[in-house]
Design a protein around this ligand. Sequence first.
Ligand code: ZN
Length: 314
Amino acid sequence: MARNKVQFQKGLSDADFEARYGTEEECRAEVFRIRWPHGFECPACGGRAHCVLERRDLHQCNTCHTQTSLTAGTVYANTKLPLTIWFRAQFLITQSKQGISSVELGRRLGVKQQTAWTIKSKLVQAMLERDAKKALDGRVEMDDAYLGGRRSGGKRGRGSPGKRPFVASVETTDSGKPKRVQLRRVKRFTKKVITKLASETLAPTARVVTDGLGCFRGLGSTTASHTAFIVSELGWSEKLPQFKWVNTILGNIKSAITGTYRAVRKHADRTLAEFEWRFNRRYDLASMIPRLTFAAVTAPPMPYRLLKLADGEG
Ligand SMILES: [Zn+2]
């Protein structure tokens, strides 16, 4: 009997979460395991022999005497919060299908909204850096879209005040079932922009399907093929079966954003990255916490000052 794998899978229950990540020791052990899967390794000299300075919670290398904290050089660096708060945030961010606002996150974590905003921004930044370099391949549906509303008539490719343009790409099976998505903000829809985006985010063997908007001619020879369905006489691509998944995903993002977030304009990159990350791991909800922990220990620390900058600044 065929069933919808996403709908029927079990996420991690509150009780499961508590049992695995309920104490500071458990969270620390998880970060250690993921950061140093083969045991401690000195970031300065690669040495393994070390002692632990209990009082200050530092690992001191026996060879070069460099002292390293468990969280130094990771997204959790210099945090004043217990790791239990970070792990609970990871739980709440990854297990909710629609996403969670920083107001709601603050309420659930029992911290100020600004603190919740910082935690969430740092974790989503880690998601963004983790996914940035994974190219889509095979059959790929590609379409132009705007954060702050699907285009609704008007001149395409020009954008409008208050809307952030992005390109939505969905890798599908040959029968059209979605595998992975990429949601990437662009400055504008031009051939040059699409050429650059395609060379960075699509495999040279990808077979791309678009609705023939002029900028997609920029795909040129960056991919194996480009099939354009010219739809001007039919209306927008929403009506075409070829774009079923791009449009379903765009619809979900739009309803989640309008239902959950307000200030997405300034931080469009992270808003898109959060949806992309969750969608691409939708078949395995329970593994999302260790996978996000991996992203958090491998991404560099991000100071608050930089997090506050809007996309495209700095
Ligand atoms: Zn060392």
